[in-house]
Design a protein around this ligand. Sequence first.
Ligand code: ATP
Ligand code: MG
Length: 293
Amino acid sequence: MNYDRLLAPPGKTIKLKDYDPEYTGKFSSKEDAAEKLGSDIVKMAALQDVLYAQNTYSLLIILQAMDAAGKDSVIKHVMSGVNPQGCQAVSFKIPSAEELAHDYLWRSMKQVPERGRIGIFNRSYYEEVLVVRVHPEILQNQRIPRALVGKDIWKERFEQINAFEKYLTRNGTVILKFFLNVSNKEQKKRFLERIDTPEKNWKFSSSDVRERGFWKDYMRAYEDVFSNTSTPWAPWHIIPADRKWFTRAAVADIIVKTLGSLGLKYPTLDADHLKGLKDDRKALVEGQTPAEE
Ligand code: ATP
Ligand code: MG
């Protein structure tokens, strides 16, 4: 499947009206996409095994979306095959007092996955140019020196984020950014489901409905994010999210393709180590270890 149309081309002005939340590519139903998702989950597990063994690259997956777009479901389903030892998911919520005492990238830097691992950011530092932009009072509470906050603050943050991501990628962290593009109509439907289904009540929060009132502001902020931070080293993917099964299939496909493109290999031993291995084998076979004497 060709997912190029889900990419936000670097350097272009992005308009969300060009990205259809209901798009499902060549698939017509959940069942239709299930086989592809299943095989990608198996492939991802195999690739992760090599990523972990090779221990040089890491993969950072960034998920951004409006509420109820399906971030949790992507994490649950797409990562279901990977070894928990090589994987971590971090949720970025309203910053704590300790986090607010630092610059905004501080808490993210600490959570960047180690070499060999896959890390998922459930929300991220992009909130700093989204929710913080939609609600400017949050910025005021960040205690940045007044003289440093001017009209170019968002442009400056885009530059800082691009530089941060370039730095990470040039040090071996591959970055995949996904925006789960749910429509306003589908979000309403999912909120109503959360209210009407007792087992889903716990997922509902009335603050989500309040944020929904800022939909247009969020969409404008997101468009500016894509237009300014989709870069050749860390491009944005705008994933249709009105059909959850397609969202999962598309994200899994892109992760598998990305890991597959890294040329990952199990480490091989140099001549000295190979000789050591041979000697150890001989000792084992001949029973030369202390306990067997
Ligand atoms: P879910 O609702 O599925 O549990 P969630 O990601 O929506 O997941 P919540 O606890 O509902 O989690 O919301 C987290 C909130 O924290 C969001 O409203 C988000 O905008 C906010 N947030 C995240 N990062 C920041 C930030 N840097 N500054 C201010 N608010 C932030
Ligand atoms: Mg929420």
